[in-house]
Design a binder for this molecule. Sequence first.
Ligand SMILES: O=c1ccn([C@H]2C[C@H](O)[C@@H](COP(=O)(O)OP(=O)(O)OP(=O)(O)O)O2)c(=O)[nH]1
Ligand SMILES: [Mg+2]
Length: 158
Amino acid sequence: MSQPDKPSARPRLEVKVLDARLHDYMPNYATLGSAGMDLRALLEAPLTLEPGQCELIRTGLAIHIGDPGLAGLILPRSGLGHKHGIVLGNLVGLIDSDYQGELMISTWNRGNAPFVLEPFERLAQYVLVPVVQAELQIVDDFEASLRGAGGFGSSGRQ
Ligand SMILES: O=c1ccn([C@H]2C[C@H](O)[C@@H](COP(=O)(O)OP(=O)(O)OP(=O)(O)O)O2)c(=O)[nH]1
Ligand SMILES: [Mg+2]
């Protein structure tokens, strides 16, 4: 594409700031091409996560997407996950378009060393994605496909 960094029209999402300190730390896209906005840990003091420990961490923000054609994803930050083993207890957070509560981050230390999470540290990222809702239609048989029911490595490894 000739202008890969050209910003496209952005949906406008309503956000409630549940803790006034967050006004100084509102999520944003770090670069024009960033897919996610970083979410910060709303903590009163540093929190030590022991190896294997998982805690639900507040973000202080509620985002109402309001459009069933969109959803939010909470994803780990790659640096925290790869270098420090700080990932999500639910692996991925899926935020429904009608959810109006506070965004919470299930924070899991899957590593071998304690990790100290600092107040307002960027902990995870929020990605807005398109969603298609489906209707299920019950049938007795499918029209045959090339793959059929083959899966889980049925095509080999090479
Ligand atoms: O990491 C997450 C995952 C979910 N949520 C919120 C938003 C989401 O819309 C709601 C419900 O999430 P989900 O449907 O994944 O959880 P559930 O266990 O099925 O709960 P529920 O019965 O409320 O749907 O919880 C978060 O704040 N953070
Ligand atoms: Mg659910």
